[in-house]
Design a binder for this molecule. Structure first.
Ligand code: AMP
Length: 113
């Protein structure tokens, strides 16, 4: 998608990736909500979680593996961390390219707002 900001980041046209492989990219959130706040995305443009296809299941699982390895790299794995996907406007989704928030490095309240 030419005008998708997360596609541009995945294509390295802007920002800086902290993880990059054939199918997945990750970068620090511009407006971090915790000491570690990384966004992990499929390079393939998928608008939101709800429209993923069965063919995307392995890709989505791979994103969770990447989240685990970034958490280990950032030394937040032992303390605990959260992986969040906001799906749709009422859930807080503001960028229409599915992204997994990896949050950690502080105690996280529950339930979320
Ligand atoms: P959401 O509200 O779940 O759609 O999350 C979108 C996230 O993308 C927010 O946490 C924003 O701070 C973050 N964000 C928006 N633009 C950028 C950008 N150019 N680089 C990094 N993070 C961004």
């Amino acid at each position: 998608m030419d005008d998708c900001i997360f596609c541009k980041i995945a294509r390295k046209e802007m920002g800086r990736l902290v993880y990059d492989d054939e199918t997945v990219a990750a970068f620090d959130d511009l407006n971090p909500q915790a000491p570690t706040h990384v966004l992990i995305i499929p390079k393939k443009h998928i608008e939101k979680l709800a429209v993923m296809s069965p063919d995307d299941a392995q890709l989505m699982g791979h994103i969770l593996e990447v989240a685990n390895s970034i958490a280990a790299e950032r030394s937040i794995a032992t303390m605990g961390y959260r992986v969040v996907v906001n799906n749709g406007r009422a859930a807080g989704q503001s960028v229409d390219h599915v992204h997994f928030h990896l949050l950690g490095g502080r105690a996280l309240g529950w339930p979320p707002g």
